[in-house]
Design a protein around this ligand. Structure first.
Ligand code: ADP
Length: 597
């Protein structure tokens, strides 16, 4: 599939990278908001609920203290009133006197009614007067009996008044003569639905939409309630309150048909009573919602602004990439010559684009090198072939005009040129073997001086022909290396013939062996054209030649140095170059020294 087909197939379906990143950000933020809202919701809810319990607990303990103090006060008043019901500490006073005393006591507003019983539990005095109460026998009431038997004051459980039929708590105090004989019982009635204390507690103290209840646990009835109709009503089994009393824990209740509640409960110290505060959970959640909405009011605009900034930012980051892609696609679609992508940043995108530019340049260069190789190789093949062909043509039309000597000369020329052809072809084969790792070297120990000496000797005639002198010098005449002798000579031949090829007449070539402890270097220095610094690295690459008219004239394929470089590398050595244009070049071969043993 080419780029045009690819674009046609996928462009319409896929969202761009920028769109996907922005979408990812948006989803990320949404998730973040949801998580934050949930966690804020939970933690605030927990904190608010916890604070609620704590403040309610304190509140309830305060109410308990208030109720208990009030009853303590009532008891004290009756204790002070009881002796006033006696005459000379011996007998009960007249009914009229009783009502006078009680009338004054009633001003305290702590009791709604007073009744005085005789020693048999029958009513003999009262305030305010109620004709229905005259001579009523109360001795069957358990709390009356308790006072009669123990001669101690008591507070009754909540009961319905016999005469009034109203929910009441009675405070009873024995009337005793100075010999501790029971003469009567003084009773103060606290009307539950009227009593200002209970009234206040169950109404004023309910701060939220909720309910406050006081419950007599042993009798299972309500003493005080926000809903006045509940007073004296039994606690329904399995109701919210009965659940609370059973579990006696702080917590959330979900059982009520209409609402969920949170509650607090505390026990009284002097009574078997408990006080309960029931508050709908919605009161708390309402508060939480208020906090969360406040939080979102701040955070949402912030996230929106951040979103816009990130969008612009991401688009800016990807813009160069988009432009570059556009350019690349255009390059490919138009099959035009590669035009470099403009790079304006040094970040990853910029570096990627630089790398693409670099790769394209390399491709261009390789393309050029291949083209050059083709033209060089064909040129190199054609020159000797033309010479061979001309010689054969001359020989084939021989009509006796060519002397024996000339014939010999023509044959020698053909031989030399076919040798050249063979050399070129074997170079090409070598390079292909090297690049595929197929070249096998025959590594053996040799005296390097001998090998170099042989190579210099072999090439000397060519140097003499070119009117160039070659000198050989060595630190040591015996230095051993492990090499493939044939291949090393091939390298030496290449370096020496290059030196001859690029040196002027009457110049000298110096071959030196410099021996170190671990390595030995063969230096081949000429006084030729030299090679400019920028080409040093390049000439060891395949098919490269320094692009100058001088080199063009000298011919060659640009393979020799590349082959030499690879061969010496295979022999664990290195080929290097030091050269200054116009001043000559020094090629070096470094090889590891092996011991003589
Ligand atoms: P060839 O000589 O067949 O072109 P080489 O790989 O041996 O291939 O050399 C590559 C190029 O390196 C040469 O074309 C020339 O430009 C440069 N070169 C090599 N040796 C020398 C030298 N001694 N002096 C100047 N230039 C050199």
């Amino acid at each position: 599939m080419n780029i045009a087909d690819f674009k046609k197939k996928f462009n319409s379906k896929n969202t761009s990278l920028v769109q996907r990143i922005v979408l990812a950000f948006i989803f990320g933020w949404l998730a973040l908001i949801i998580i934050t809202v949930l966690s804020v919701n939970l933690s605030i809810k927990e904190k608010v609920t916890e604070g609620f319990y704590q403040s309610e607990e304190k509140h309830l303990l305060m109410l308990i203290e208030r109720v208990e103090n009030a009853f303590e006060q009532r008891k004290l008043i009756l204790q002070q009133l009881a002796p006033l019901m006696l005459e000379n500490d011996q007998s009960l006073i007249e009914e009229k006197q009783m009502s006078d005393v009680l009338k004054i006591a009633q001003l305290s507003n702590l009791f709604q009614e007073f009744v005085v019983l005789n020693a048999n539990g029958v009513s003999i005095g009262q305030y305010p007067f109620n004709p229905d109460r005259v001579d009523i026998d109360y001795s069957d009431r358990s709390f009356v009996r308790t006072v009669m038997e123990t001669k101690q004051g008591v507070i009754s459980f909540p009961v319905l008044g016999r005469v009034t039929n109203l929910p009441s708590i009675f405070v009873l105090e024995p009337i005793l003569d100075n010999e501790n004989t029971l003469l009567g019982v003084l009773i103060g009635r606290v009307a539950l639905e009227k009593d200002s204390l209970f009234h206040q507690i169950s109404n004023e103290f309910v701060r939220f939409e909720g309910e406050l209840l006081i419950l007599d646990i042993s009798h299972g009835i309500f003493i005080a309630a926000t809903d006045i109709n509940k007073i004296m009503q039994p606690v329904q089994p399995k109701s919210v309150v009965s659940n609370i009393v059973d579990s006696y824990n702080l917590g959330e209740l979900y059982k009520d048909a209409s609402k969920d509640w949170i509650y607090s409960i505390e026990k009284f110290n002097s009574f078997e009573w408990v006080i309960i505060n029931l508050t709908p959970i919605s009161t708390v959640t309402e508060l939480v919602r208020y906090y969360v909405v406040d939080y979102l009011k701040i955070i949402l605009p912030l996230i929106f602004i951040l979103g816009v900034i990130v969008n612009i930012w991401v688009i800016r980051i990807f813009n160069p990439l988009r432009h570059a892609l556009h350019q690349l696609e255009n390059n490919l679609l138009n099959h035009s010559k590669y035009s470099s992508i403009h790079v304006s940043r040094a970040d990853e995108v910029g570096r990627l684009l630089m790398a693409i530019n670099e790769l394209e340049l390399m491709r261009d260069k390789q393309e050029k090198i291949k083209e050059e190789l083709l033209s060089n190789v064909t040129h190199e093949l054609r020159t000797p072939l033309t010479a061979i062909r001309a010689a054969i043509n001359l020989l084939s039309v021989d009509n006796g005009s060519i002397s024996k000597a000339e014939q010999k000369e023509l044959i020698a020329l053909s031989q030399r040129n076919s040798d050249k052809l063979l050399l070129l072809i074997s170079d090409l084969l070598d390079l292909s073997s090297l690049s595929q790792g197929r070249l096998v070297l025959d590594m053996k120990k040799y005296n390097l001086y001998d090998v170099v000496f042989e190579a210099v000797n072999d090439i000397e005639s060519i140097a003499i022909n070119a009117e160039i002198k070659i000198y050989l010098e060595s630190d040591d005449l015996k230095v051993f290396v492990s090499v493939d002798k044939f291949r090393l000579q091939q390298v030496l031949f290449n370096l020496l013939s290059n030196a001859i090829k690029f040196s002027p007449e009457n110049s000298t070539i110096m071959v030196k062996l410099i021996v170190d402890t671990t390595k030995v270097s063969v230096l081949i220095s000429d006084q030729g054209v030299g090679i400019s610094e920028e080409n040093h690295r390049m000439i060891f690459e395949r098919f490269t030649q320094v692009d100058s008219s001088e080199v063009r004239v000298k011919g060659g394929t640009g393979l020799g140095l590349a082959i030499s470089y690879e061969l010496i590398k295979e022999m664990n050595g290195e080929v290097w170059l030091k050269s200054y244009p116009g001043k000559g070049s020094t090629f070096g071969i470094d090889l590891p020294v092996v011991s003589n043993s």
